[in-house]
Design a protein around this ligand. Structure first.
Ligand SMILES: [Zn+2]
Length: 344
């Protein structure tokens, strides 16, 4: 019996040694230490032994069992360590590889231009106002001296939501709303940047959606020369200190008199070139003295109060400033175009 146990021990330890996987090891455990294993069998036959022999063989059987069990445990730990080592090797990160460069974004050119213009007017004491893009017919047209059926409405055809609700065609309704909040007694000094909509066919100079910045100043004793001074300051800060401006008569339903403002061409210095189409001047914006009807509709006494308003397109400003030839570049989100204007 003693020999049989020693034989089993050698046999089992040999199999443990040979096991290359945890599964194989499990089989060895079941085979030798299981309830139906050979050691259990040996122990069962102990009844035939003498009283003296029984504890000796019992002790030996336990020792053998323990040795096999320890060997299996040891081998299992070794196999698990190896497996982990292997996995770590496969999944290791090579920290010496150069990283992929992170693309840093920046504000859209239009956003930059709008912020630049905002800063400029904030510096002159104007406040910035915003309003809804879905506007009522009243604020978009009627309050701006464009009653229903007015022919000038044709120039600003837009997308109607209902008879009375539409996508605003200009940011002027923000002026009407702001004036309306002042009860006809307080002065207004504001600019309103934002998106506007027209039913235009998109081409190099037209878009069905674009941005506008309008300005309004209402107070007592506001004169045309105040308008000219503000516009000149704007033009020189935006396009260079040597820029001259010129005002030409024009028509807008909400201003009287109305003007278009040109700046002297930077390219040719007034000599005439292809950029200014030979005139030496480039059209920048529209402006004028607020029409008395508009003041009255907002609750101001037009005998006492007067004001000026102006409106410009940030796209046009950006196109002139950077020599951009197509308005659609602003909206097609081509990163190759946009990234040129990211400030470092
Ligand atoms: Zn020119």
């Amino acid at each position: 019996m003693k020999e049989r146990l020693q034989e089993l021990e050698t046999e089992a330890l040999g199999k443990v040694e040979k096991s290359g996987t945890i599964d194989e090891l499990k089989q060895v455990r079941v085979e030798y230490l299981g309830k139906k294993g050979p050691i259990t069998e040996v122990l069962r036959g102990m009844g035939k032994l003498s009283k003296e022999e029984r504890p000796v063989i019992g002790q030996l059987a336990n020792d053998v069992r323990e040795k096999i069990s320890d060997a299996i445990d040891e081998k299992q730990t070794k196999l698990e360590d190896e497996a982990l080592e292997e996995q770590l090797k496969e999944e290791s990160i090579d920290v010496t590889l150069p990283g992929r460069p992170v693309q840093v974004g920046g504000p859209h050119l239009l956003t930059s231009i709008i912020e630049e213009i905002e800063d400029l007017f904030l510096g002159m004491g104007f406040e910035i106002k915003e309003g809804p893009e879905v506007e009522t017919d009243y604020y978009n047209f009627e309050a701006l001296n464009l009653p229903k059926g007015h022919p000038a409405r044709d120039m600003q055809d837009t997308f109607y939501i209902t008879e009375e609700l539409l996508m605003r065609t200009h940011t002027s309704p923000v002026q009407a709303r702001t004036m309306g909040q002042k009860n006809g007694t307080e002065p207004v000094k504001m600019i309103c940047p934002g998106k506007v909509y027209r039913r235009d066919t998109d081409d190099a100079t037209h878009s069905h959606q674009f941005t506008q910045i309008e300005g309004l100043l209402v107070d007592e004793h506001v004169r045309m020369s105040d308008l000219k001074g503000v516009l000149q300051t704007f033009a020189r800060k935006m396009f260079g200190a040597e820029r001259e401006i010129r005002l030409r008569p024009s028509f807008f339903p909400f201003t009287e008199p109305s003007v278009e403002m040109d700046i002297s061409c930077k390219m040719c210095g007034g000599e005439g070139c292809s950029v200014c189409k030979g005139t030496g001047w480039i059209e920048i914006l529209g402006a004028g003295m607020v029409h008395p009807n508009v003041l009255e509709m907002a609750g101001y006494d037009s005998e006492k109060y007067s004001g000026f308003a102006f409106g410009m397109g940030p796209e046009r400003i950006a196109m002139l400033k950077h020599g951009i030839d197509d308005i659609r570049h602003f909206y097609t989100n081509d990163v190759r175009f946009l990234s040129q204007y990211h400030k470092a």
